[in-house]
Ligand binder design. Sequence first.
Ligand code: AMP
Ligand code: MG
Length: 498
Amino acid sequence: MTAVLESPAAVDLRVPWRNSFAALGPAFFTRLPSQPLPDPYLVGLNQALAHELGFDPALLASPDGVAAFTGNVPIAGSDTLASVYSGHQFGVWAGQLGDGRALLLGEAQTPAGPQELQLKGSGRTPYSRMGDGRAVLRSSIREYLGSEAMHGLGIPTTRALLVTGSDAPVRREEVETSAVVTRVSPSFVRFGHFEHFSANGRIDELRTLADYVIDRFYPDARTTDRFAGNAYAAFLEAVSERTAAMVAQWQAVGFCHGVMNTDNMSILGLTIDYGPFQFLDAFVPNHICNHSDEQGRYAYNRQPNVAYWNVFCLGQALLPLIGDQELALAALESYKAVFPREMEMRMRAKLGLADDQEGDRELVESVLQLLAKDRVDYTIFWRRLSHHAAGSGAEPVRDLFLDRESFGAWLRLYEARFAQQEGGREAAGLRMLRTNPKYVLRNHLCEIAIRQAKLKDFSEVDALLALVQSPCDEHPAHEDKAGFPPDWAQHIEISCSS
Ligand code: AMP
Ligand code: MG
């Protein structure tokens, strides 16, 4: 008798799969299975997202679910592959990159529409270069909580369904343990996918990819009468607009991405690839959150210009399809129009101003200058201002400033402007409390959750997830997490190493 090795039974999520990216053909990816990790365990499960997708949370949390989302057991209907892309890293053409440690499972047809599921940290691929294909527990928890924090703030982002861990060692600056995050997005196509085919002169594939993304996500680009019916120019314009609107939201909430390389830019204008990201503590406009970014290319106040630089790279990549440089440049102009408009709109909302009046921009700029001068905590300032607007006294917000005289002068201008609004002060104050979060995922909060998770206590990961999923609500049991960061938070160094 010969023993037959049976492959493990596939886990069935009980949703139909239609893998449209896989249908593009082998020029775009390499099919490969995931590589298992020993003795996986659940680190965090996003129950809310599981429900939105129509997945049974109990199945996901079961040994079968954990095995499947670690890559140890196949998922029925999936068609696993790693996609190829290129990109500009820190302003320099880096050539071919690709999913070096991510595996696309396919596209589940969920109640929330078609959603791609991707494992990150699932082993080496043909695009791993020198990397090990793995992700560490620390950075996987940061991505899991970071992406849900952005979603909770209403900012377009990829999402995270669950994190599993394994004690298999991974070598970074020190030896850490492995983890796999399951990310969810309608598409994981990046600017870098287009750059890849364009730079290699593979125009047929470039067109196939552009047509695929337009048909699925930008159908209006085919029907608009802008750009003389040039759908590729209209597509570029729409991506530029979405990117501008996304970055305006980053700026307004004080989010630093940290690695805005073109391969980390979603073609859907979603925040993607959470590495050394940070929500600002003190308002320091040139704050650099990525310890590896010595030049400060991706400093907080440079993000809007960098995003424009990135859409410009996308424009260059699409030029063979657009066929006319003037049209491409005209399409990119939309970024310059949309970004300031969105930024003003977001900042007016933070101030509780429902309409647009002359002088509002100066009001915003002058308060940001005061915040910067005194390095005031960005989140706490807006929250206290909201409470003040809703009717409580001015002391708590004034106390944040060293230069109280200058702030007092600003506050008088603001109050005069605020008082002109119809609808009453209380309603505007309540609007501000729905806009200016009480809780953001500060680095030190993540750090505490990570330290405990390394000791196999995942309760803080769960607690933070619940908090960041409703960041404007009061959570009395977690009042401490809405306070100033401790002194040690200044010394947390987050680099590209993940
Ligand atoms: P990132 O800076 O995380 O966006 O990664 C840039 C590129 O490096 C992408 O192609 C990643 O897939 C790849 N990469 C990053 N870390 C690893 C790793 N540990 N193993 C394999 N590839 C990696
Ligand atoms: Mg990346």
